[in-house]
Design a protein around this ligand. Structure first.
Ligand code: AHR
Length: 327
């Protein structure tokens, strides 16, 4: 296998891209010609939360500047529809595919079909099962955050800032089978497992959605009335959990600590209002990075398998400084 290592560095508006050393395996990938205009597919998974809406907007905002004739679809929360949307884009003759796979396994056929059709694919923000499909072989690269590290950073902040004796933790997981849900759980749980004074008493999916987060929190609160920490895999579920807690007479920020990931406007406001402790950033603004990476690939550069985005952290110290740029 023709593997080598390289360093990649980039800095783009809205996304910090870290320098990383990674192995490359670039055989068999479909090439991309250098042209003034490209027919580009962006197969979004759903549009039921601010993060997804901001990501889709970022692709639309980038389109003209990058010479994209953009076909953007919305799979409305269905992995099967997302696969069908990619099929339709292939039939329409796209030059490049940008795909945020809703779940790790069901979207693999879409990746493989795009490759078979000679279309270079870039996974954005979520990934697929690396045991089956691999960057540098089946798709060009994954553009996104280190979700394990996000979970780890939330756990570390919680350990430093929780002032009770024993942490009774409820975890609201993201979409079952998705890479951020798997990895954010691993990052957080692994850290907490090393601390005897921290116990995760329940961990259940709220599908990254505010309303489901609220419903799941309502149910788990009845089973675990002594909960004093909520870790949500995204801000939408954290806001839903805050609603459920307040309805039950709890005081988020006073008698229970809520911690999360993303950096939405509502989460930053909740931090400013003292109801949430921290949110580790996961930026949705992928359009400029997608444009830059695609152009590097068209120019013949070997792309690192993971174009890694670096994430900030928002707390009461800096939330007010960033709320105007939030989504
Ligand atoms: O894949 C990234 C995650 O997906 C975001 O954290 C979440 O809000 C979104 O739905």
């Amino acid at each position: 296998m023709n593997r080598r290592f390289l360093m990649a560095t980039a800095a783009l508006a809205g996304l910090g891209v870290a320098a990383i050393a990674v192995p490359l395996a670039a055989q068999d990938l479909p090439p991309l010609a250098q042209k003034d205009r490209y027919k580009v597919g962006f197969a979004q998974m759903e549009s039921n939360n601010p993060w997804r809406i901001a990501e889709t907007k970022s692709f639309h905002d980038t389109a003209e500047e990058c010479g994209w004739d953009l076909i953007a679809t919305d799979a409305a929360g269905s992995a099967a529809k997302q696969v069908a949307d990619v099929d339709s884009m292939i039939a329409q003759g796209i030059d490049v595919l940008f795909l945020p796979p809703r779940e790790e396994k069901p979207l693999i056929p879409a990746v493989m079909k795009a490759k078979a059709a000679g279309i270079p694919t870039f996974l954005v923000d979520r990934s697929v099962d690396p045991n089956v499909a691999q960057a540098g072989r089946d798709y060009v690269a994954f553009l996104g955050s280190d979700f394990v590290d996000q979970g780890r950073r939330v756990a570390e902040w919680t350990l430093e800032n929780f002032d009770g004796e024993k942490g009774i933790i409820v975890e609201l997981e993201g979409t079952t089978g998705s890479s951020p849900a798997n990895d954010r759980k691993k990052g957080f749980d692994d850290v907490m497992a090393q601390h005897d004074n921290m116990e995760i008493v329940a961990s259940q999916s709220g599908d990254f959605a505010r309303d489901l987060g609220r419903q799941v929190m309502e149910t788990l609160l009845q089973a675990h009335p002594d909960v004093n920490i909520v870790y949500a895999h995204n801000d939408e579920m954290a806001i839903g959990a805050i609603q459920a807690l307040e309805l039950a007479g709890r005081k988020p920020g006073e008698d229970i600590l809520v911690v999360s990931i993303d950096g939405t406007r509502d989460a930053l406001q909740a931090i400013i209002d003292g109801k949430m402790g921290v949110t580790v950033e996961s930026s949705p603004f992928f359009g400029p990075l997608a444009c830059e990476t695609m152009k590097r690939y068209a120019a013949g550069e070997t792309i690192e398998p993971w174009v890694q985005v670096s994430d900030r952290i928002f707390t009461k110290e800096n939330a007010a400084d960033h709320i105007d740029e939030a989504y």
